[in-house]
Design a binder for this molecule. Structure first.
Ligand SMILES: C[S@@+](CC[C@H](N)C(=O)[O-])C[C@H]1O[C@@H](n2cnc3c(N)ncnc32)[C@H](O)[C@@H]1O
Length: 292
């Protein structure tokens, strides 16, 4: 209900009748600025630092990227289809002394280069969010953060969301609420991985780990030569992986990182609190992990 209200509020703010609904010509979206207090919270939610390269898709007057540079010392790129807003943003970047680290270009957001982005910021209508989803998941590197104002992606659930009360939104949006959504781009771990590991004082054995992934949601199974092993709570956050394997009476927690087609980390259990290194390699789709 709240979401419907906001959607209508923003649609009204964008100068459309509610009856038109949010179905839009996806080449253009009206300019409605994000209030500065919301900009600051979005950059905080994405944990922006001087190491980040922030891309604002549909950058308006440039406030998101200029704030990222001024307040958090980040670098960035703003992409907007309106040449006047691009010109205004580049002028403002100069006036604020951040023109060495930020740039604004006239471009369709669907064609923007995201290869350098570690953070993407968005204030776009739901149709744009949905249409951007495949581009974001395909082009952003694992660990990159996406933060959006008021709108979310339906299939890709946010990792976090927060609600703010922002009185200055009331006039333009018909609501004083701002909803912020954060996604962390996960590494792709779907498929089989072959791991050799010695549980406690036992001999090393081969284990096939099978992950079924949809965005950051993961289901897992583990199999040894003598049968399945219980695997619980598989999780992927950026390039960090975590799961529990139970062997006999002992439950081991495996934590590690994804390095392309390798997983590496350390495992601990109540009886073996000293971290034991573990590694796994991705099994190509046309091969099998040979259990022995
Ligand atoms: C709702 S405003 C958001 C402005 C800014 N990101 C902010 O949060 O203050 C959306 C912006 O997207 C721009 N825009 C609309 N369609 C676009 C497209 N296809 N590619 C790039 N920019 C677009 C508009 O000119 C407008 O400045």
């Amino acid at each position: 209900m709240i979401r419907v209200k906001i959607r209508l509020g923003l649609v009204v703010a964008f100068g459309l009748s509610a009856a038109q609904g949010p179905a839009q010509d996806l080449s253009k979206l009206p300019y409605v600025p994000t209030p500065q207090v919301v900009v600051d919270q979005m950059l905080k939610l994405a944990n922006v630092t001087a190491n980040d390269f922030v891309v604002d898709l549909g950058s308006g007057d440039g406030r998101m990227i200029i704030s990222a540079a001024k307040t958090f010392k980040a670098s960035g790129l703003g992409v907007d289809i309106d040449p006047k807003l691009v010109e205004l943003s580049n002028k403002e970047a100069k006036a604020q002394g951040v023109e060495q680290r930020v740039k604004f270009i006239e471009q369709d957001m669907f064609k923007a280069d995201l290869s350098k982005a570690t953070v993407v910021t968005l204030y776009v209508l739901p149709d744009f969010m949905e249409k951007l989803r495949p581009k974001l998941i395909a082009e952003l590197r694992p660990g990159a953060r996406i933060v959006a104002h008021d709108y979310y992606m339906t299939e890709w659930h946010p990792d976090r969301h927060i609600e703010l009360t922002v009185p200055e939104k009331k006039a333009a949006n018909g609501t004083d609420k701002a909803y912020l959504y954060l996604w962390v781009v996960p590494s792709r771990i779907g498929g089989d991985w072959c791991m050799n590991f010695a549980f406690g004082a036992g001999k090393p054995q081969w284990i096939v780990l099978s992950f079924n992934q949809q965005y950051q949601m993961v289901a897992a199974a583990a199999e040894t030569v003598i049968g399945p092993l219980p695997i619980e709570s598989p999780a992927i956050k950026g390039d960090e992986i975590d799961f529990f394997l139970t062997h006999g009476a002992a439950k081991f927690r495996f934590s590690g990182k994804v390095y392309g087609d390798k997983l590496e980390g350390a495992a601990v259990s109540a009886s073996s609190p000293k971290p034991v290194p573990w590694r796994a390699h991705k099994v190509p789709a046309d091969r099998k992990c040979v259990l022995r």
